[in-house]
Write a protein that binds this ligand. Sequence first.
Ligand code: COA
Length: 250
Amino acid sequence: MSDHIKIERQGAVQLIRMNRPEKKNALTRAMYAAMTAALVDSEADASIRANLFLGVPGAFSSGNDLQDFMAFAISGQMGNEVFDFIMALGQARKPLLAGVDGLAIGIGATLHFHCDLTFATPQSLFRTPFVDLGLVPEAASSLLGPRLMGPQQAFAFLAKGDGLSAEEAKAAGLVYRIVDAAQLEETALAAATEIAAKPPEAMQITRDLLRGPREAVAERMALEARHFAERLQSEEARAAMMNFLARKKG
Ligand code: COA
């Protein structure tokens, strides 16, 4: 078991920390699996009342590991880890919070459509380069993005690939509060602890009501995943990923 995902407890809050700083928290299959297990286990554990996603200084996550994507593209075998994590996000019933400093790319950005409160530092950058990579949006962002931001902002973010600063992400509804890096984790943890102290049944029902039916979200995740798996095999995607991987060698 790698320590690229660290699971900790602070009272009734479970901390899920992405911890692969040398790769800017690019997510491997093992990392997805560890985060899925933490989310699923927390649903069955009454002593956990909120989950808080954290990264490392400067990197919440640079998104899916592109080496892994390239391996999928070559083998044709996508594996279930990414999809299982995305589904676990969509099925989560307990409040999800996040503390973001720096890069929040790909799933590191779309994850926040499923968070109830995201805290971000002024240095944060949210970006989804899906189309540039020959891919399509995931995690039901193609459904939740237009709902949250309106169709034009969602197009700019999810199709054109415009980055959002912390201020812009807050204006777009993807971020709750902007916090200096030195206070980020304590602020996010304090909010999670406050939420975790409230009556859990009323909290879950309220969250369900606010988020609306899950069926449409799950259906969109499945539809996106079918396109995504096909796109990974495309010439467009292979060329874009080769470019990134070649850049490393050069
Ligand atoms: N997958 C695999 N490796 C990644 C990665 C990713 N998504 N993001 C960063 N890395 C690796 C880099 O290859 C580099 O590894 P190396 O030191 O062994 O060469 C290391 O992390 C540091 O990244 P680097 O590119 O040197 O840092 P940077 O600050 O110049 O740029 C990013 C950071 C995130 C902007 C840039 O790495 C990037 O664009 N990554 C790809 C993001 C992406 O497309 N994600 C997929 C979304 S679906």
